[in-house]
Structures are given as structure tokens and as C-alpha cells.
Write a protein that binds this ligand. Structure first.
Ligand SMILES: C[S@@+](CC[C@H](N)C(=O)[O-])C[C@H]1O[C@@H](n2cnc3c(N)ncnc32)[C@H](O)[C@@H]1O
Length: 290
């Protein structure tokens, strides 16, 4: 026999967060008198975002540029369609984020991926002195700026164009950071979360509100029916951008939620991480501390 398998062994999980094991198979060749090492990686759970989802299937632009283009295109209709597709529950979820943060009495808050500013505006109820809303889409921000001006909140809320993956702030600048329905749009999730960690003060709080996928019957089946069939149809009928609502539901279905997202936050360095599923598990609020 020219090749003989001499040893097969497993090493202990080398990454406990993603529960990976490496099997090393050593194959010995009598002919060449050499040992060949084959490594097989078994992941109980794929790390996250196994499938990268982009808004436009045929575009050569990177995810970041596509996301900016898409949100610019739908900025005028975003608030109205959002209320319709979420049956207005998104308003309740944002209020809950505000209630959770109010307990921490933050003086400065950064709302990342602020979009048209709904959460930034609601965050005024925490009593914060300064709220900065940051978004990569100038179109979304224009709508947000108008809302802030109409509510005469310009002294408290500042709206700026910026990229979550390269935040224009010094280390430890904010008491609290929020992101509502934004993290799943980041091109590189780790980079965005590391930047958040950097600009948050030690002991500061991060609150993330993001879509999730229900795990229990019949909510799971109802959720898939709604997101795969109804939501893209609403988008096609009422949105200026045909692919936008298909992208929003597809990106929600592949985004790591629950424990998987907790693990990612822990890997970045956050502590005291809590995950609070909302409304049959169709969304989750994550609270973490630096
Ligand atoms: C679904 S909207 C959410 C808007 C708002 N937070 C809300 O609760 O309605 C997602 C927003 O994330 C923004 N976004 C996506 N990638 C971003 C990035 N890298 N940096 C900053 N904002 C980003 C988009 O422009 C968009 O306005």
C-alpha cells in the first residue's frame, strides 16, 4: 500500500465562540517517506453572515455603495412604508430602547445608522444633552434633518454623514451608542462593532435593535411566509426601488441573531450582554456594556 492513514485526532475547540473543531488527519506515504497533514474544520455553527447579501444582484459596486444608493433611493418613502410593513410595531420597539437607556442617564448619545432620525428624536426622552445621528446615506439624513428642524430639536440633535466602519470621533467620546436596524447593513460587521467599541466610554452602554427570525412554530412559518412573499410584493408595488424590500427581508433572514449576535459582541470585547427578543422573536434588543 503506497499511502497509509496513520493518525486521526481531534484537538479541543480552538474557538469556543463559534464552536469550531479541527480534525487533523496525518497521511504517511511510504513511497516518499513524507507525512501529509490534512486539516478539516468542523463548525457546529457557521461564524456568522455566511451569505453576503447585497441590494443589487447585478451591480459591481461594493455592499457599502449599494446600501447607500438604495437608502438614498427610498429615503422619501422609508418612514411610511416602514410603518406599514411592521404594522407600526417598530415605533414601540424604539420606545423600549429609549426606556432601557433612560435608566443609564447618558449625557451624550451616538445613534448610528440613524436614517430618517426616528430613534435619535425619540432619544431626547432620555434627557441626554447631546445626541448625534450618523448615517452613510445623505438622502435619509436630509429627511431626518427636516424632522429634527420641525420639532425644533436642532440644539440637541446633530445629524451627520458618516460611515459606521470609520467613525469620525475620538476614543471614548460617548456615554451610549444606539443602532436600530442598521448593523445588518454594515459591509463588515466586526469593523463597525469595533468602531462602536472604540468611541464608547468605558462603562458606556450599547443598545442594538435589529430584526431576528422567530424559532417557534407557528411564528417561524408565519414570518417566512410574510418576509418571502408579502414583503417583497409590497416593495414592488409601492417602492421606487424594486429590489430594496427583497434585500431588506433577505438580509434579515441571514443575519446572526440571539446567542449568535451575543457571541459576536463578546468577541469584540463587550460585557454584560443581554438579548431581549421582541414580538414573537421577529426583532431583538441587545444591551451591552464596554
Ligand atoms: C433600515 S435603516 C434604519 C434607519 C433608522 N435607524 C430606523 O430605525 O429607522 C438602515 C440605515 O443604515 C444606514 N447604514 C448602512 N450602512 C451604514 C454604514 N456603514 N454607516 C452608517 N450608516 C449606515 C443606511 O443608510 C440606513 O439609513
Amino acid at each position: 500500500m503506497r499511502y497509509k492513514i496513520t493518525t486521526i485526532y481531534f484537538v479541543v475547540p480552538y474557538n469556543t465562540l463559534v464552536k469550531q473543531r479541527i480534525a487533523s488527519i496525518i497521511v504517511y506515504s511510504a513511497k516518499t517517506d513524507l507525512r501529509y497533514h490534512l486539516y478539516l474544520i468542523f463548525a457546529e455553527k457557521l461564524p456568522y453572515m455566511a451569505k453576503k447579501v447585497h441590494p443589487y444582484k447585478d451591480s459591481e459596486l461594493g455592499k457599502k455603495e449599494q446600501v447607500t444608493k438604495m437608502f438614498d433611493a427610498i429615503s422619501g418613502e422609508y418612514d411610511g412604508l416602514n410603518r406599514v410593513i411592521s404594522f407600526g410595531i417598530d415605533v414601540r420597539w424604539r420606545k423600549k430602547v429609549v426606556r432601557l437607556l433612560k435608566e443609564k442617564q447618558p449625557k451624550t448619545i451616538l445613534d448610528i445608522a440613524t436614517g430618517t432620525g426616528d430613534l435619535a428624536i425619540e432619544l431626547v426622552h432620555t434627557g441626554a444633552e447631546k445626541i448625534v445621528g450618523l448615517d452613510i446615506s445623505p438622502g435619509m439624513l436630509e429627511v431626518g434633518k427636516d424632522k429634527v428642524a420641525t420639532k425644533k430639536l436642532d440644539n440637541t440633535i446633530e445629524m451627520i454623514v458618516g460611515d459606521s466602519e470609520n467613525l469620525p470621533f475620538d476614543e471614548a467620546s460617548f456615554d451610549a451608542i444606539t443602532v436600530a436596524f442598521g448593523v445588518r447593513n454594515f459591509e463588515t460587521l466586526d469593523k463597525g462593532l469595533s468602531e462602536i467599541y472604540r468611541v464608547l466610554k468605558p462603562g458606556g452602554t450599547l443598545v442594538v435593535l435589529e430584526t431576528a427570525v422567530p424559532t417557534k412554530t407557528p411564528y417561524k412559518q408565519g414570518y417566512h411566509l410574510y418576509t418571502r412573499n408579502v414583503l417583497p410584493l409590497i416593495g414592488k408595488l409601492f417602492s421606487k426601488d424594486n429590489s430594496a424590500y427583497g434585500y431588506l427581508s433577505e438580509s434579515a433572514s441571514v443575519f446572526p441573531h440571539g446567542v449568535a449576535f451575543n457571541n459576536i459582541l463578546a468577541k469584540i470585547g463587550f460585557i454584560a450582554i443581554e438579548n431581549m427578543p421582541q414580538t414573537f422573536g421577529v426583532a431583538s434588543i441587545y444591551v451591552a456594556t464596554k
